[in-house]
Design a binder for this molecule. Structure first.
Ligand code: NDP
Length: 294
């Protein structure tokens, strides 16, 4: 079997088109949704993610603000920025790019963000609403994966879904979304992690396998069952002297091997990544709509 590609760029473009109409409706009411990103320190990957988010805002005609500060920023100074953004009417939503340099406390920063402006969907209020199946701002990567499933009609209902990774930003919320009693969910979910005894035995059970590990090509063809849907969240830099940058990006899945066995598979790059940004734009628009009703 040669797997069909799940093209995140196509689905992200579709999402942007749909958002365009909602943005126009807001503009007619005199509202331009605004996203602020706060970048602390000089991590090149974080800087590139922040640039990508600002560019996405620009493409959609959203107001965007990028606040950059050196790694010497204190916790109090960072919390003062959060407080300013919480109260800035031009800003519908904002995020503080992770990872933060030490000793800044990421959890304390997330707690300080107003839940209605928490476009990453990381605040405990939004996490709790997601868990009990109530409307709130959903975390971008897991929500983007659900949108990929919808677009390709890969209904998780009644399916065995195995998620490898239990982080607060991908693995856990992915499990919470897929276990909900509703459409595009209703899955039987297993979450595996670094302490899982025999990972291959667990992953081979999966009708849908979601890898969010951060280890290049950890998932090999022997670890998936024939016809599985394979969603690769991982973004790993591996050395590549043939590339101008000296590295290239690969996922957590051995793409070449697994695409011979899977029915559908996401590439890296071009799979989950574009959806994460598209869902951030989506959350910014939702936040602006919600705030316009107040
Ligand atoms: P974390 O490092 O926070 O979590 C990784 C998870 O993988 C942990 O739960 C860890 O287990 C588990 N793990 C590590 N090694 C193994 C192993 N050998 N076997 C089984 N499980 C293992 O990472 P994130 O969730 O933040 O990100 C995961 C990947 O996804 C990264 O490559 C990241 O760059 C990428 N990413 C991509 C996004 C996108 O938009 N495409 C968005 C967010 C992340 P334990 O809990 O036991 O330590």
């Amino acid at each position: 079997m040669t797997a069909q590609l799940i093209d995140g760029k196509v689905v992200a473009n579709r999402m942007r088109e749909q958002l365009g109409e909602r943005i126009e409706a807001l503009k007619k009411m005199g509202i331009i949704p605004g996203l602020a990103t706060v970048l602390v320190g000089d991590d090149p990957a974080s800087a590139s993610y922040v640039r990508g988010k600002a560019k996405a805002c620009e493409k959609l005609g959203l107001y965007s603000e990028v606040i950059t500060r050196p790694a010497t920023l204190t916790q109090d100074e960072l919390l003062a920025i959060v407080d300013r953004l919480n109260n800035d009417l031009r800003i519908s939503g904002f995020l503080v790019q992770s990872p933060l340099p030490r000793p800044l406390d990421e959890q304390a920063v997330v707690l300080a963000i107003k839940p209605e402006k928490d476009v990453d969907g990381f605040h405990p209020v939004n996490v709790g609403l997601m868990l009990i199946g109530r409307p709130g701002l959903l975390p971008c990567t897991p929500h983007g994966i659900i949108k990929l499933m919808e677009y390709y009609n890969l209904d998780p209902s009644g399916k065995e879904v195995v998620i490898v990774g239990r982080s607060n930003i991908v693995g856990k919320p992915m499990a919470a979304l897929l276990m909900q009693k509703r459409k595009w969910a209703d899955a039987t979910v297993t979450v595996a992690h670094s302490r899982t005894g025999n990972l291959g035995v667990v992953t081979r059970r999966a009708d849908i396998l979601i890898a969010a590990i951060g280890h290049p090509r950890l998932i090999t063809p022997e670890m998936i069952k024939d016809g599985a849907v394979v969603i690769d969240v991982g973004v790993n830099r591996v050395d590549d002297c043939a590339s101008e940058k000296g590295y290239r990006l690969v996922g957590d899945v051995d793409f070449e091997g697994c695409s011979q066995k899977a029915s559908y598979i996401t590439p890296v790059p071009g799979g989950v990544g574009p959806m994460t940004i598209a869902m951030l734009m989506y959350n910014t628009v939702i936040a602006a709509e919600n705030q316009s009703r107040k």
